[in-house]
Design a protein around this ligand. Structure first.
Ligand code: ZN
Ligand code: ZN
Length: 229
């Protein structure tokens, strides 16, 4: 099963995405936030409906640059809004958390970093309480904000501006994968500890994407791809 992850669409279509979906068998497309550029919300349904033409499921979370009502707009499009939700999907389980820790720009989807921490802790621990150790799944934490002090949160000015809350949830629960976005110039894959691959696809308009190839419930591959490649 192949999962494609894109982020930071900011209201711009990229034809290369459709060519890629046409030529590759993608089961699930994940959008990790900033679908719009502070609106309009009409774009969300139009953008997601065009993806449905390629016969894949779509799940999305809000970014800090998406306005209020974004979760409704995602749901109304027919996609699943993964914000503060857990979904089991084949051999993976997805934990979603949108928005970002506060920025200097006073954007609409900012959340106090301690609240991000508390909410993500609650989300993952509620799964840990019910999961079956005999048939584990690959755990994917889907956030807009990258964890702090990684390759995924490094600005072009050299500052690490990611979320302490996302970082401490990763250190506590050690999900196999964290896909994020938010820092447009930080397209990267890196690792936290021995356990967690952290991947930021960068902006859709720059052809950035992450491909997760799920081989079975224990084995997977995460790679950066270029949609024009
Ligand atoms: Zn963005
Ligand atoms: Zn953002």
């Amino acid at each position: 099963m192949k999962i494609l992850v894109i982020s930071d669409v900011h209201g711009e279509y990229n034809e290369n995405l459709y060519n890629y979906l046409d030529n590759n068998d993608i089961e699930l497309l994940l959008i990790t936030g900033d679908i719009t550029n502070f609106g309009p919300l009409d774009f969300v349904g139009e953008f997601i409906n065009k993806i449905f033409e390629y016969d894949c499921d779509v799940m999305a979370i809000p970014g800090n640059c998406d306005p209020e009502g974004i979760c409704n707009a995602i749901t109304e499009s027919g996609a699943f809004c993964l914000h503060n939700e857990i979904v089991s999907y084949g051999d993976v389980v997805l934990f979603g958390y949108g928005g970002s820790n506060p920025t200097p720009f006073d954007t609409p989807g900012e959340i106090d970093d301690s609240k991000i921490r508390d909410d993500v802790f609650e989300l993952i621990s509620s799964y840990n309480a019910i999961h079956n150790e005999e048939s584990p799944k690959i755990r994917i934490l889907v956030t807009h904000a990258p964890p702090i002090n990684t390759d995924a949160d490094l600005t072009s000015g050299g500052d690490h501006v990611g979320s302490h809350g996302v970082s401490s949830a990763i250190q506590e629960f050690k999900p196999e994968i964290n896909v994020c976005g938010h820092i447009h110039e930080a397209k990267s894959i890196c690792q936290i500890g021995d356990t967690t691959k952290v991947a930021n696809p960068g902006m859709l308009k720059d052809n950035g994407a992450i491909l997760i190839d799920v081989i079975d419930n224990l084995n997977f591959d995460v790679s950066i791809i270029s949609l024009d490649g």
